[in-house]
Design a protein around this ligand. Sequence first.
Ligand SMILES: O=C(O)[C@H](O)COP(=O)(O)O
Length: 407
Amino acid sequence: MADFYQNGIITTLHNLSERTHEDLESELVEFSKSRPMSLILPSLFSELEGEALPNIIQHLKDVPYLSEIVIGLDRADEAQYRHALKFFNELPQHHRVLWNDGPRLKALDAELNELGVAPRELGKGRNVWYCMGYTLASGRAESVALHDCDILTYDRELLARLIYPVANPRFNYEFCKGYYARVADGKINGRVSRLLVTPLLRSLKRVVGYRDYIEYMDSFRYPLAGEFSFRRDVLNDIRIPSDWGLEIGVLSEMYRNYAHNRLCQVDIAKTYDHKHQDLSFGNDEGGLSKMSIDITKALFRKLATQGETFTTETFRSLKATYYRIALDFVETYHNDAVMNGLKLDIHNEEKAVEMFAENIMKAGQHFLERPMERPFIPSWNRVVSAMPDVFERLKDAVEKDNEEFLG
Ligand SMILES: O=C(O)[C@H](O)COP(=O)(O)O
């Protein structure tokens, strides 16, 4: 059983009783009468052939409270898009598959690009952004959840717990972030979250001092979770980063746009496992190495927008402080693992810490060389002002794709 401690400056909603998903769902069905709900699934075609997504679909089939499911499909050719339409057609809920690489959506993307408001990089950020635009265009939902498509331990209770805080009409939350223990196969995972993000935030507290933003970020128990939920109005003015800073960037946007009491986090699962990426030592362009550089840059950029100044010396102190704190964390996690009968490879953990320490310097150097770089995709409010009929056009393109290729 979890404890009920409130850490940090964001409300934490715990899992304190063994409520069944049926029990939660019967409430959600009631809530859906005043707050219709939808789910966004950013997916790669390859995930349709993996282990996780077919199981997610089996669970979603029985979810009784969703008005819409919006699937963003990346890296699919025409035959694969046709296959995806059949694959998702098992869902009884109203659903649409956005063929991001198809000619209709690519033509719209090219026009947005002409106007300077299209995403500049391919990837999950762009996929999520188009799904958010479609959700605004379709207007079917008041409360929206979003989760990854590689969750191996998926259960429909995860979705019920994730959307509940923004679905209950008596709650005033605009945004909710999921958290869980990433423990699977006898191991503690979540290497970037445990070994980079938390120790880096703790070292920032030492090097730059108390900052409300750092306290806020450190309040999230799993800051890199790809599971969020929000009220629809959030989607209008959120700016999504197109790189690996997506999760951190979304939290920073919420910090900028809302008071702390409109935000919360919720325990969504006892365990969680997903597809693991390589650490990619020495390769700044891939795997967890690139992820760690993007995340660190996102934190520096955000602090800079609050008036923080950085020099090479700041980054050197930060690296040294981080290294010490992160090594202490390795010992902490090791002891936690031992007491729980789990495995933790100290050598691999320390190798990861060494790489992250180097990457803090690389991210710092990059920041000093290009302080004005902004990987953000414009908010949908801005896009509407540049192209007033964008929602009709997006909706039309998606409807036509679905009609033409479903047969
Ligand atoms: O959340 C994280 O820390 C990264 O996504 C890496 O996760 P993993 O160690 O579970 O693969």
